[in-house]
Design a protein around this ligand. Sequence first.
Ligand code: GLV
Ligand code: GLV
Length: 327
Amino acid sequence: MRVAVTRGIPEAGLELLRREGDVVVWPEPCPPSREQLIEFAAGADGLLTLLTERIDGELLDALPSVRAVSNMAVGYDNIDVEAATARGVVVCITPDVLTETTADFAFALILAVARKVKPAADSVLRGEWRTWEPMGFLGQDVHGATLGVVGMGRIGQAVARRARGFNMKILYSDQQRRPEIEEDLGARFASLDQLLRESDIVTLHVPLTRETRKLIGAEQLRSMKRSAILINTARGGVVDTEALADALESGTIWAAGLDVTDPEPLPADHRLLRLPNVLVTPHIASASEATRAQMSRLAAENLIAALRGEEPPRSLNWEAVRGLAQS
Ligand code: GLV
Ligand code: GLV
């Protein structure tokens, strides 16, 4: 089998792929443009992609030999799954292996933003640490605060579990009520409106879909507490970026921690980056050595199975594609 990998990824997955056939890896630090990708992947049976590649009908039509696309990510808003299914292309993702690592990072942002870790550390680097200051860098307490989890899926639950250790009250909103989690984590179901009104910290864990695009806009931000913190480790598009910048500038909410932005990357001169109450990181929530190796391995296992005509460990449309082939 011939496989094109759209960027350098941890060896774990590449090793598995090389045992199966020819592997080409995009050598640049930045993703290929569409034209570059079409040229690079011409003749490949499978693509191992990242969230930086837009995979749609047009691309798949330009690469007719491709029978499977394996995304090294849990999110798949970069892939038009319907278009892939219609063309008999199997689509796979890497859930579960990154859940705990991503939840760790959501908590890192919660703590860092609430306790002003970055502005405080920056002041030390600037030589401004003169003495112990009784009123310097006063933050918000995380312990005992009310955490609003928007989207109680795998990662939302993992964040809520951590929050229990901080004695936080947990509210959650979701498309469905999850009684077993309410019992397990002492979480209370709420509408998004109620969650936004009552939470001290709001953390987003929904996928980016038509329904969740700009889920958090000016009106939602206005309904939050003035002392509230917004954390986004999901997808930038879930938040209206300009509305958020306005809210942070005007003190409508207190601060934000963003591992994802819209656009992504955020231009270096974007006004969000000049605000003292925003912490932005470059989409690294799943970036631990162990987890990225596991993502690489699972993405390879998915691709190998799909190209052998076997059921991949984590596919989005295997049944549908197989059904197409049989009909
Ligand atoms: C990263 O954002 C992912 O979806 O895995
Ligand atoms: C702070 O370091 C304290 O001792 O209160």
